[in-house]
Every structure is written in C-alpha cells, then in structure tokens.
Design a protein around this ligand. Sequence first.
Ligand code: DAH
Length: 339
Amino acid sequence: MQDLKTIREEALSAARQAPSSRALYEVKMQYLGRGGAVTALLKGMKDVPPEQRPAFGKQVNDLRAALEAAFEEAEKALSARELGEKLAKEQEDVTMPGRKRAVGTLHPVTRMKNQLIDIFAGMGFEIFEGPEIENQYYNFTALNTPEDHPARDMQDTFYLSEEFLLRTQTSAGQIRLMEKKKPPIKMLCPGRVFRSDDDATHSPMFHQMEGLVVDRGVTLCDLQGMLDEFARVMFSEHSKTRLRPSYFPFTEPSVEVDVSCAACGGKGCPLCKGTGWIEVLGAGMVNRRVLENCGIDPDVYTGFAFGMGVERIAMLKYGINNIKLFTENDVRFLEQFKD
Ligand code: DAH
C-alpha cells in the first residue's frame, strides 16, 4: 500500500513536469506500459495473500485509472500548448510582397511567325511545311534556277552531298505543294532556311515565309492589294506599298516590295536611310516554266508568289539592328518581348 502511494505521487509529479508530449509519453510508459510500475503491481498479485487480493486489486485499478486520467489531462494541456507554439512560429505575413517566379516568353521570331501566320490565315492561306533538307531539284532546278546561278555555288549553299543541301529558300515548298495540289491554291510556307552568309543583317540560319496563290485570272494587282492589307496590319494603318522591278528566276515579272517607313511616315529618316521606303520582301508572278514543271497549264492558270524574311520583318518592326540578337539567347533582350 505504501508502494502504491509513492508510485502515485511520483507519477503525478513526473506527469506535471513533463516538458513535451513526447516526454510525457515516456513517463506514461514507465508506469502504465508493458514493463511499467503499475503493470508490475498487477503481475505481483499472485504474491499477495488471497484474503488481501480484492482490496489490493481495487487499489491498483484505482491507481491506474487515476494515472490514466492525469496523463490524459496533461497530454491535452501539452498538445494545446505545442500547437499554439507551432502556429505562432509558422505565422505568415500575408501582406508581404510575393516572390515572383521567372516566366519564359515566346521567342520574338516565334511571335513574328505566329503574327504573320495569323494575318495570312485570315486571308484564307493554308499552311504547308516542306523539309529543311532538300535536293537540288526542288530548291533550284524546278524553280527555274539555272545551273550557273550563283546561289548554287558552294560558297552560298550548304551541301550535304552532290544532290542534297540545306534549303536556301522556302520557295522549294511551292514546287512540293503544286506537285500534290492543283489550283485554286493559296498557301503559306513558313520555315528555316540556310545560307553561307554572316553579318549584322544576315545569319547562316534564318526564317522565311513563302506565299503562293494560283488560280484562273490572278494578276499583279491582286498581289499588291494583298500586300497593302498585310502592311497595314503589320506596320501601320497608313502604310503603303511600292513595287520595284527586280529579278528572280521563278517569277516573271519579279518585284521587290517596299513599305512606306512607319517610323517617319515616308518623310525620310535614318531607319529608311532618308528614302521614306523600306524593302520588305521579294515577289512576282509565278514563271510559266515553274507552273509547267508542276504540271499546271500556264495558259489557264496564273499565280503570284512572295517570300519574306521573318527576322527582317521583326527587325524592322521592333527596331532591332543586329540579327545575332535572335540567336544569342540573352534574356535581357528576349524578355522585352512580353505581352
Ligand atoms: N526565295 C527568295 C529569296 O530567298 C524570295 C522570294 C522572291 C520568294 C520572290 C518568292 C518570290 O516567292 O516570288 O530571296
């Protein structure tokens, strides 16, 4: 009986002093666990004289109930305190400015390409993509480009073999499409092209956008009307276009297309070198030999084609003076092109 009293006092004081619920658990195990003091008392029942057993048993059970209640109460108090401490520690100041995550943006060339596709898709053009590795036939021969044309020179074109090369122009897509599809045709062929060329406005790899329209009665007027609309949407509502005679083997007549300078409105400024005009693309009426090469009768159908450099349009539109900026991947440059 004396033992019971000591155990009770010790246990209650240990429970009161336990600094944490973990420590409290340890204490609880010391008394009520399998090898604990109270459990040992119950196991020792057999040594108690039989006539005292009921009284002793009752005392031990009372002790166990009292300790269980005491531990439970202490446990409640400790967990409440611990939760309070944890919450206080984790408290967040919701008025603090958040940490910004760096978000990527579309590359300016991709943006320009998407914008061009939007404009021409709005006029009913379909997208057609040809391969980047071409053979001489699609890149040159079928486009009426003679064997001795300088573009065919090793200096100007990346050859993979005698026959295969990295396409120098998306114009090759014209032939691939016309072999498959007969007029009416309204196609836009975007893609990468490759030339042995390298300075502030030329890069060995760049992007072009080719357009081709073939049907009965297509004229140069249709080309200019469409280009006027393009220039108004791309540059400014006051933009005008001007055609200058030029030469491309696959068009006849061929033209260079200028757009009135959006920076000065055509008065003349450093951007347009004082002329009021900026050259933006090459175009022309599809050469009858090209149509014949694709099995289209040039006496029935006519067409126009145009080709523009995507980087060039982006440089004009955003005032970028070096084409290398597009491939250097300097984030300070790229992140300026955000919505
Ligand atoms: N392929 C020409 C080039 O790379 C651009 C071009 C000019 C495309 C006139 C055309 C065109 O379709 O009609 O310089």
